[in-house]
Ligand binder design. Structure first.
Ligand SMILES: Nc1ncnc2c1ncn2[C@@H]1O[C@H](COP(=O)(O)OP(=O)(O)OP(=O)(O)O)[C@@H](O)[C@H]1O
Ligand SMILES: O=C(O)C1=C[C@@H](O)[C@@H](O)[C@H](O)C1
Ligand SMILES: [Mg+2]
Length: 262
């Protein structure tokens, strides 16, 4: 299982990530904790002393390492999408990207129950700046997420259960979509074979100086197809399909060099 939790600082990514990992028996990784371990100081110390740009560079490198793993429940830091390269990594990964969201007010009230020293952006910004940052980041979270989970007034257990249900729905959908892709492939292969036949018919018509359009044949073919597929397909689909393939065939034959010479 590959899950990436994104969302504003304090929304509950670490709490929910830990819970999901225990329930699913998958490895839990907290990106902030991994950064702290890598640099040997707290993320807040590093962020304040080295600056945000260096923090984001380390965050990007460690994010790339995690996303290379076969399985993970990853809780990211609230600003992980600030760096375009990190955003692209998350957007292009095959993990379920889940956006944990809440109103700004509820987010702040959760933050108030935590140690502000762990969150430099909380110490370095007043509430107006923090709200502007929250609005700015909503757009980025929406852009990368496959699932949007509203966490207001829900317990961590309820949120984890909601995520598990959505992921199960996603995998059923993914299976059905793969069936659709396989059928589209078969249909297009059949159309490719059909075009080859159209080409051979064009050669015969050119050789025997027969007209390209033969209305009688088209009417009979349509009636026959309607009888066979009318019960299972909408009439509009059959009509439009026949119009499209017939027009394509006629245009193809009209453009054949053998007809140009006549
Ligand atoms: N659903 C919830 N309801 C109430 N409180 C919650 C909920 N989820 C998390 N919390 C509390 O909110 C605080 C922040 O949670 P957490 O550390 O998991 O957030 P985070 O998204 O990982 O933050 P950061 O981006 O700073 O790493 C914690 O005190 C946690 O216990
Ligand atoms: O919102 C942010 O930009 C941050 C959130 C924390 O999780 C840490 O990743 C760091 O303090 C930056
Ligand atoms: Mg966290």
């Amino acid at each position: 299982m590959k899950i990436i939790l994104v969302g504003f600082m304090g929304v509950g990514k670490t709490t929910i990530g830990q819970q999901l990992a225990t329930q699913m028996d998958e490895p839990f990784i907290d990106l902030d904790a991994r950064i702290a371990e890598h640099i040997g100081q707290t993320t807040a110390e590093f962020f304040n002393h080295a600056g945000e740009a260096r923090f984001r560079a380390v965050e990007f490198t460690l994010l790339a390492e995690v996303l290379d793993q076969d399985a993970f429940i990853l809780s990211t830091g609230g600003g992980v999408l600030e760096q375009a390269e990190s955003q692209a990594l998350i957007q292009n990964s095959d993990a379920h990207v889940i956006w944990l969201d809440s109103t700004f007010a509820n987010n702040v009230s959760r933050l108030l129950g935590t140690d502000a020293a762990d969150r430099p952006l909380l110490l370095n910004n007043n509430i107006v700046a923090l709200e502007a940052l929250w609005h700015h980041r909503q757009t980025a979270f929406a852009a990368v997420a496959n699932e949007h989970i509203v966490t207001d007034f829900k317990t961590p257990a309820q949120i984890s259960a909601e995520i598990t249900t959505k992921i199960q729905q996603d995998s059923v959908l993914a299976f059905e979509r793969s069936q659709i892709d396989a059928l589209d492939n078969e249909i297009l292969q059949a159309l490719t074979a059909r075009m080859a036949v159209v080409n051979r018919i064009g050669e015969i018509k050119a050789q025997h100086k027969l007209p390209i359009v033969q209305n009688g044949r088209m009417t009979t073919a349509k009636a026959d197809i309607m009888t066979r597929f009318g019960p299972t397909l909408p009439a509009k689909l059959i009509t439009e399909y026949l119009q499209l393939v017939t027009r394509t065939a006629i245009e193809h034959q009209q453009n054949m060099p053998q007809f140009g010479m006549r």
